[in-house]
Structure formats: structure tokens, C-alpha cells
Write a protein that binds this ligand. Structure first.
Ligand code: NAP
Length: 231
């Protein structure tokens, strides 16, 4: 059985990344930014409004380690960029930033899900998934799907030191998926698990609707663990 663990070399590379977060003023962006900053990464929070980004950055850290800027400047400055915007704004924002994101790894954590009187459900996506939509509008970037099931509430909770979770990582490029696994593992308790190519990201995103149902029934912030792949 191949080890699920990432190599020390990749772990070191992940530790040196300046991580930009588009839509980083939201709970998910601030939560991931906070945990990655705590792990020692440089974090640049992005927003459609630079002032809002600076204010959000100040809630999770201080310069020069944690800063805020307009989304486009974040895309240009960061080594790796996480897209953490609502599904509704996803395609327009990424298409607009395609030039700035060229040559970068773009991590998509967007869940196309809707809510109605019967609860949460996955929305149909023409490209198959949000991550595949990102890959379509960002031909010059390496798109990786990850962090779909992590709870922003847990990430932001100062009482919680470790997060009991496997982060499923999907993509076409082995180095990029290894690096994002290693980045996920900088959050104590988290294991990064390679989960296939981008064409399999749709059901990972859609599974979030099941987690929302689980969370409602059990009043929890449930996550996933994959068995039989080692530590
Ligand atoms: N919350 C979670 O627990 C969680 C967990 C896993 C995955 N996710 C995914 O992560 C993404 C962000 O979640 P969130 O809860 O942080 O969302 P959110 O708070 O609703 O949005 C995040 C940020 O996106 C920006 N934004 C809003 N509408 C936009 C638009 N039309 N175009 C461009 N930017 C827009 C806003 O920042 P500015 O106004 O400052 O630009 C906002 O603060 C979602 O796709 C979600 O599915 C969330």
C-alpha cells in the first residue's frame, strides 16, 4: 500500500508558500487563512474591496505575515491561490482574473449547493463541477479541488486546536495535488488524501449537501475520514 503521507520535501515547499485567498473576507477564507497563518504561511486575504480585505486580514493576523488586498493584487502576489467565493460569483471572478492567475496553482473549494424548504441539495453544473468550471476559464493555471468539507466554524473557533478531518484533493497534476495535500496537513489534525482527477470533483462538491443534512440532524460540524490508507 502506498503511504498517504507527503514527502518532507513537499511539506517544506508547502510551508514556504504565500497563500492568497480570493473572497477571503468570508468565513471559509478567514478560517483557512487563520489556520495557515498559525502554521507559519504568509497569507494574503482578497476581496472585491481592498479596504474590506485589510480589515478581514487584521482579524486573523498582522502584517507582514497576514495582509489584505484587492482580489487581482492577491492573484498576482500569491504563490498559490484559494478561490473561496460563493458559487454565484465563481465564474465571473475567475474569468476576470485569468491573466493574473496564469502559471499559478488555484485551489477551488467552492460547493455549488442550494437550499430550499427540504434542505440542502447539489446544483447542476454544466462543466461537471465548480473545479472543472475553474479549469475551463483558467487554461493557464493548474486547478486543484480541495477543502470542500472543512467547517469554517471549526477553523475560526479559537478553542479548537486540531481539526479531525481528511481533506480530499483532486486534480490532474501530481505535484500540485501533493503540494495541496501538504498544505492541508499544515492544519493540525488534518490529513490530505488524493481523491482522483477533476472529473470526479462533482460528487465531492455535491457530498457537502449530505454533510449539511448530517450537521442539521446531529447538531455537528461533521467531516470525512477515509479508511485503510495508512496514517
Ligand atoms: N463556510 C464554510 O464552512 C465552507 C466550507 C467549505 C467550502 N465552502 C465554500 O467556500 C466558499 C466561500 O464560503 P463562505 O461561507 O466564506 O462564503 P461567503 O462568506 O458568502 O463569501 C465569501 C466572500 O466572497 C465574496 N463574494 C461574495 N459574492 C461575490 C461575488 N458575486 N463575486 C465575487 N466575490 C463575492 C465576498 O467578499 P467581498 O465582498 O469582500 O469581495 C465574501 O466575503 C463557498 O463557495 C462555499 O461553498 C464554505
Amino acid at each position: 500500500m502506498a503511504a498517504a503521507q507527503v514527502s518532507e520535501e513537499i511539506a517544506g515547499e508547502a510551508g514556504r508558500l504565500a497563500v492568497g485567498i480570493l473572497g477571503g473576507t468570508g468565513d471559509q477564507g478567514r478560517g483557512l487563512g487563520r489556520r495557515l497563518a498559525m502554521a507559519g504561511n504568509r497569507v494574503i486575504i482578497g476581496s472585491r474591496d481592498a479596504g474590506r480585505a485589510e480589515a478581514a486580514a487584521a482579524t486573523i493576523g498582522s502584517p507582514p505575515q497576514v495582509t489584505g488586498a484587492a482580489n487581482e493584487d492577491v492573484a498576482l502576489a500569491a504563490d498559490l491561490v484559494i478561490a473561496a467565493v460563493p458559487w454565484e460569483g465563481h465564474i465571473d471572478l475567475l474569468a476576470r482574473l485569468a491573466g493574473a492567475l496564469e502559471g499559478k496553482i488555484v485551489v477551488d473549494c467552492v460547493n455549488p449547493i442550494g437550499f430550499d424548504s427540504r434542505g440542502c441539495y447539489p446544483l447542476p453544473v454544466a462543466e461537471g463541477s465548480a473545479a472543472e468550471q475553474a479549469a475551463t476559464v483558467l487554461p493557464g493555471s493548474t486547478v486543484v479541488g480541495a477543502f470542500h468539507h472543512v467547517s469554517a466554524v471549526l477553523l475560526l473557533d479559537p478553542e479548537i486546536e486540531t481539526i479531525d478531518l481528511d481533506v480530499l484533493v483532486l486534480g490532474e497534476d501530481r505535484h500540485a495535488t501533493d503540494l495541496v495535500q501538504a498544505l492541508a496537513e499544515r492544519i493540525p489534525g488534518v490529513r490530505g488524501v488524493y481523491a482522483g482527477r477533476l472529473r470526479n470533483c462533482g460528487q465531492v462538491e455535491a457530498f457537502t449537501a449530505n454533510l449539511v443534512a448530517i450537521n442539521r440532524r446531529y447538531k455537528a460540524h461533521a467531516g470525512l475520514r477515509i479508511t485503510d490508507i495508512g496514517p
